[in-house]
Design a protein. Structure first.
Length: 99
């Protein structure tokens, strides 16, 4: 089952600093998730100034509960208080886009 996760950083003055503090951990987990076939696509969301302010991930998990248990509860951007608003929507990746 595929999902689109839209996650937005906090908007306070320390938001970008928190993101950068755990970014390497986040990228390591992202690489592991991609290697396991859990993350299909990902991108940083940029604000009007071109600075990172959120993330978009297309992922594949058995269920939304598995998504939360296997990834989101351990995600450095969650545990590091970077993402403050997370939206999860079930999706269907087009057949020609599947890895």
């Amino acid at each position: 089952m595929q999902f689109i996760v839209l996650a937005y950083d906090g908007t306070d003055e320390k938001a970008l600093e928190r993101r950068m503090n755990v970014r390497e951990e986040h990228l390591k987990m992202a690489s592991e998730m991609h290697s396991r076939g859990k993350w299909l696509y990902a991108a940083a969301i940029l604000n009007e100034s071109g600075k990172m302010c959120g993330s978009m991930i297309v992922c594949d998990f058995e269920s939304i509960d598995d998504l939360k248990k296997e990834w989101l509860e351990k995600e450095p951007y969650v545990t590091g208080d970077v993402w403050r608003d997370i939206e999860i929507k079930q999706a269907m990746v087009a057949p020609f886009c599947k890895p």
